[in-house]
Design a protein. Structure first.
Length: 222
């Protein structure tokens, strides 16, 4: 394996440092930068990420609980050698949870939230050519945040966060490839409109179905 300094994505300094370390390590396990069976230590990871051992210890504790790392002795851990299909199955769970969140949102969403979501789509369509991909991605995240607020289910949101293996930076890098296809972009916008209309109608089945399709198209190439 390459030196961890060159393999691991550096952590941001905003928000919880242990959460940033956790996301960095989790994403590195998911995309193979930390290969299955790799032996790791708190000190080694802390040095590579330029952080103290404490947030690394907290992050590793979460990863061990999730079964993504396992203890080989009292001081050393290793990346669990899961079959490749296991990570894909975790993404399938994420898709189902996102569908459930849309279903709950359809029961509770307010007219004001619907108007904000419609306005967000219109803004994206009108300004798309002048926006960077990162700006478009941020707008899509705001759209998703409206659904999460409407669903108002913190336990479900916590589950979603735990099953969303890939972080925003990695998803954005993959979206950059997909966005080269204008048809893909149009499908994403059409999905957003369909989701809003299902939410506005209070149609739980349609909201869940469209959100599952939308989520699947976003992660199928990860």
């Amino acid at each position: 394996m390459e030196s961890l300094d060159s393999v691991l994505p550096q952590v941001a300094r905003a928000g919880s440092l242990s959460e940033q370390v956790y996301q960095s390590l989790r994403e590195s396990i998911a995309d193979g930068r930390l290969a299955p069976g790799s032996r790791i230590t708190e000190r080694q990871l802390a040095a590579a990420l330029d952080v103290s051992p404490t947030p690394v210890r907290e992050a590793l504790s979460k990863l061990e609980h999730e079964g993504l790392v396992e203890r080989s002795d009292s001081r050393r851990l290793r990346v669990t050698d899961h079959p490749a299909e296991t990570l894909h199955e975790l993404m399938e769970v994420e898709i189902m949870l996102r569908g459930a969140e849309a279903r709950f949102a359809a029961r509770k969403i307010t007219p004001d939230a619907i108007e904000r979501m419609r306005a967000s789509i219109d803004e994206l369509v009108q300004a798309r050519d002048s926006l960077t991909l990162a700006e478009q991605f941020e707008m899509a995240q705001r759209f998703d945040a409206e659904i999460a607020r409407a669903a108002a289910n913190p336990a479900l949101r916590a589950l979603l966060d735990s099953y969303a293996i890939y972080g925003s930076d990695f998803r954005l890098s993959r979206a950059a490839e997909d966005a080269k296809d204008p048809a893909w972009v149009e499908r994403r916008i059409a999905d957003h409109r369909a989701i809003v209309e299902a939410l506005a109608a209070g149609d739980e089945d349609a909201a869940e179905s469209v959100m599952r399709r939308h989520a699947r198209s976003a992660i199928k190439n990860l």
